[in-house]
Design a protein around this ligand. Structure first.
Ligand code: AMP
Length: 216
């Protein structure tokens, strides 16, 4: 089973991809997380990716994405299902993504678009914090109470993701609208897209997704 989850920043696509991965034994392939890991590395590639994702808040170029997708697929057995979180993000990526999947004997079974309004995205991201060490995500006022609280899992320091500023979210929403919405529309035309109301709570969103997952 190969599933794609797309959604605006703060839509909860990562959380839902994690739930799906656990429920159906899928590999969670999170391009944003992978790229943030590379961005922290000391070296030319690390600096280039840091500049793109954290300073310019744009999409990383195709050559980098292609390499990451190829590498990841080549070291995974074909029978291992995958939930793709945040890829493809523009039409160019959608093109080579489906070619690469075909090359590895895979096909896309379902695409979920977890949709939330722009204001909700900004509101949610302004409450999002992350552990500097284990990268677990927390919601201020719900999971933690103050900026000095420590990670509930590993005791690490809690911080804002570098790209989670209001101006950063606005830029990422614009990129989503201009570049990723055409991908959503093309999957809709193909008949593989299911749109989910991402404004509901986590369990309800997970239920709506599960109703549309067909096990073969
Ligand atoms: P996310 O964790 O999904 O919010 O992604 C964080 C950032 O990583 C995005 O704003 C992009 O700069 C970069 N990124 C993630 N996935 C992709 C992708 N498929 N193509 C290009 N850039 C990506």
């Amino acid at each position: 089973m190969n599933i794609i989850i797309l959604g605006q920043a703060g839509s909860g696509k990562g959380t839902q991809a994690g739930i799906l991965a656990k429920k159906y034994g899928l590999e969670h392939f999170d391009t944003g997380k992978l790229l943030r890991q590379v961005a922290r590395l000391d070296g030319e590639l690390g600096r280039e990716i840091h500049e793109i994702i954290n300073v310019r808040k744009e999409l990383v170029p195709s050559r980098i994405l292609k390499e990451i997708v190829h590498l990841r697929l080549s070291d995974m057995p074909r029978e291992q299902g995958i939930v793709f979180d945040g890829v493809p993000r523009n039409l160019e990526q959608a093109g080579y993504f489906s070619e690469t999947l075909k090359e590895f004997g895979r096909k896309i079974d379902k695409v979920f678009f977890v949709n939330i309004p722009g204001e909700e995205s900004i509101r949610r991201i302004s409450f999002r914090r992350v552990c500097r060490d284990c990268k677990k995500v927390f919601i201020m006022g719900k999971d933690i109470r103050k900026e000095t609280d420590r990670c509930l899992d590993c005791g690490g320091e809690i911080m804002h993701r570098i790209d989670d500023t209001v101006e950063g979210i606005k830029k990422r929403l614009q990129v989503f609208e201009e570049e990723t919405m055409p991908v959503v529309d093309s999957y809709r035309e193909e008949g593989v897209l299911v749109e989910i109301d991402g404004g509901q709570n986590i369990e309800k969103v997970a239920n709506d997704i599960a109703k549309n997952v067909v096990i073969r």
